[in-house]
Design a protein around this ligand. Structure first.
Ligand SMILES: C[S@@+](CC[C@H](N)C(=O)[O-])C[C@H]1O[C@@H](n2cnc3c(N)ncnc32)[C@H](O)[C@@H]1O
Length: 283
């Protein structure tokens, strides 16, 4: 599955890839970041014009070097899929946006637009792009993330996109705890989004390990799905947690599941960028 045509994502472009790296334009800055899957020869592109280059160190973190024209502590705006989002250089080499997720935006909107006031739960909500897409499609969104700073970033993005306050609740919580609590309260959702990290921590230090915790999380989804749900969308950037693994975890929901690889396209070969599984109820 490829991200939609670039005219919808005015400020993003994949410029080149290869030799374990990817070169992307995010608004007015070009970033050179690791892409271990790009094992081919470097494709031609403006590699020498990168505003910042990220080198990974031990344990997933790393550092940005060659920073030209932007202050590491400042953000910058981009227009992405009709959203106005703020990006920042983070210590993990991320910038607050996973452009490959845009491949699912139109699908989520279509599934939600057929309903009256749908409710969406976005676990591991990060900086809010998917929550904003759903809120602007008319959903009441509960966005959950363990990190206060990330939720503050999502709030900033939601404001810039003029999301009505009543359409988005940002909760600082542990995903699994929150889901179990919602089940006890008999709270129901029409759409659920799951984009778990390989490793993370809840706000009270709860340890999240995808290989141990993701199956129990998926097993806890059924009680919070509404009678006629719109979708469950699960994505992964963890090596080994492939489309068919995601599909297996959603199979007990007994509907229709499709899965695959997310690809970024632009200049150079298509760049594999994680996996997805999409569930909808059966006919
Ligand atoms: C960046 S997204 C994951 C994106 C992508 N799948 C990846 O692996 O890079 C992960 C988000 O989950 C949040 N997170 C980590 N552990 C969590 C937990 N136990 N409960 C809720 N959110 C958590 C992080 O704060 C982060 O914003």
């Amino acid at each position: 599955m490829t991200a939609p045509a670039h005219n919808e994502n005015q400020d993003y472009a994949l410029l080149a890839s290869g030799d374990g790296r990817k070169l992307e334009r995010f608004g007015r800055f070009i970033l050179d970041r690791p892409a271990p899957q790009a094992i081919w020869e470097k494709s031609p592109g403006p590699w020498d014009q990168a505003s910042a280059t990220f080198q990974r160190g031990e344990g997933g973190s790393g550092q940005w070097t060659t920073i030209r024209g932007l202050d590491q502590d400042d953000g910058w705006p981009v227009l992405f899929h009709t959203m106005r989002l703020e990006l920042r250089l983070t210590g993990f080499g991320n910038v607050g946006l996973f452009p490959e997720h845009a491949a699912h935006f139109a699908w989520m909107k279509r599934r939600l637009l057929r309903r009256d006031k749908p409710r969406v739960l976005n676990l591991f909500g990060y900086t809010g792009a998917a929550s904003i897409v759903c809120a602007l499609a008319g959903a009441e969104v509960v966005h959950v993330d363990a990190a206060k700073t990330v939720n503050a970033w999502a709030s900033l993005n939601a404001k810039a996109c003029e999301v009505p306050r009543s359409s988005l609740r940002l909760l600082e919580d542990d995903a699994l705890k929150l889901l179990r609590r919602e089940a006890r309260r008999d709270s129901k959702y029409d759409g659920i989004l799951l984009d778990p990290p390989t490793f993370g921590r809840g706000p009270k230090g709860e340890v999240w390990k995808i290989e141990k915790d993701f199956a129990p999380l998926c097993a806890a989804l059924l009680p919070v799905l509404s009678e006629q749900p719109a979708f469950v969308l699960s994505t992964s950037h963890s090596p080994g947690v492939s489309g068919s693994v995601l599909e297996t975890l959603l199979a007990p929901l007994r509907g229709e599941v499709e899965s695959g690889e997310m690809l970024l396209t632009g200049s150079g070969p298509p760049l594999p960028s994680g996996f997805y599984a999409r569930w909808i109820p059966g006919p």
